[in-house]
Design a protein around this ligand. Structure first.
Ligand code: SIN
Length: 318
């Protein structure tokens, strides 16, 4: 199954030499399959699930995608799922699908850094590679396949805002590479199989818990946190359905350290029942607990994934 959600891979510019001034999510997933060879013995079925620039990804689209992928994974005739997705939030979608579905079949996300109209568009090769990985015997788990590399959902991050080799698995490195439809693995496929019970809760919930993500920086006073708490108090007192904040993830400096202003603000947040988790704003490495930030719980994930992890944790405890 090939699911379309939009992104640059489906983007169009007025001029073939324009790599940046384009509009994402213009072509349908059916358009993107032209010229794509079906893996031997398999039939490729394309389906449009959404049509967005992934900067606008929201809980509604994630819910739809989770429901559809969950359904497909339970269908014996489905060997694997490929999702064409914008690169900007691809790692978040990959993490969410992995954390909730933990699939024993391959679910492969891919996209492009150049629009479909570009002279040197990277989408067709990425899509062909993703399809090859999804059809590969033994492939399992949620992965991102990009620029010839196979990344696990847990470790992958978008690490470049322009180059076509835009994804990286940090210290863990990629699982392997795909070359001319052949996978060469450097690490085993992820261990998967036990689907989380969260899928039902997520699909049933009227709204997923609101979790915000803030970053520590020089002159970080904590004022944003106090503003969030004031807003929360007003929403709670008035009984208005204003979606009060339930959790905050903070990307701390270095090994998850926070300014004194932020520490005070987050202590107050915690005392008011807001869950606080600390991760690091550093592009590589994960917070090693035991340091200064241990006054709060830490998450060994980059901030975008940590935000989802806390949201899932709150759903699990509801
Ligand atoms: C998007 O994330 O939808 C736009 C950017 C991209 O796909 O590279």
């Amino acid at each position: 199954m090939l699911l379309g959600t939009g992104g640059t891979i489906a983007g169009q510019a007025a001029d073939a030499s324009d790599n940046v001034g384009y509009t994402a999510a213009q072509l349908s997933i059916a358009d993107l399959t032209h010229g794509l060879a079906e893996p031997e013995g398999m039939v490729l079925v394309a389906e449009q699930v959404a049509q967005i620039d992934s900067k606008d990804m929201d809980d509604g689209v994630w819910r739809k995608l989770l429901a559809r992928v969950n359904e497909l994974l339970g269908d014996e005739s489905v060997k694997g799922v490929v999702i064409a997705h914008g690169t900007d939030t691809m790692e978040e979608t990959a993490y969410l699908l992995q954390a909730v579905l933990n699939p024993a079949k391959p679910v492969v996300l891919t996209g492009a850094m150049r629009p479909a109209t570009a002279v040197l568009c990277d989408g067709p090769q990425n899509l062909a590679d993703a399809l090859a990985v999804a059809a590969w015997p033994g492939a399992r788990g949620v992965m991102v396949v990009f620029a010839g590399k196979i990344h696990s959902a847990l470790h992958v991050q978008k690490s470049h805002c322009y180059q076509t080799d835009a994804f990286d698995s940090g210290d863990a490195g990629p699982l392997g590479v795909v070359e001319e439809a052949n996978c060469r693995l450097w690490q085993p496929w992820p261990v998967t199989g036990n689907r989380s019970v969260l899928i039902n809760a997520l699909l049933k919930a009227a709204r997923w818990p609101r979790v915000e993500w803030l970053t520590s920086h020089g002159n970080a006073t904590g004022r944003l946190v106090w503003d969030l708490l004031a807003q929360r108090r007003l929403q709670t007192q008035s009984g208005a359905d204003g979606d009060p904040v339930r959790g905050i993830v903070v990307a701390g400096t270095g090994n998850g350290t926070l300014s004194e202003g932020l520490i005070q603000a987050f202590e107050e947040a915690q005392s008011q029942g807001v869950e606080v988790r600390v991760c690091s704003r550093c592009a590589r490495g994960r917070v090693v607990s035991g340091g200064a930030a241990t006054v709060f719980d830490t998450l060994a994930l980059p901030p975008a994934k940590a935000r989802l992890a806390l949201m899932l944790d709150l759903v699990a405890r509801a």
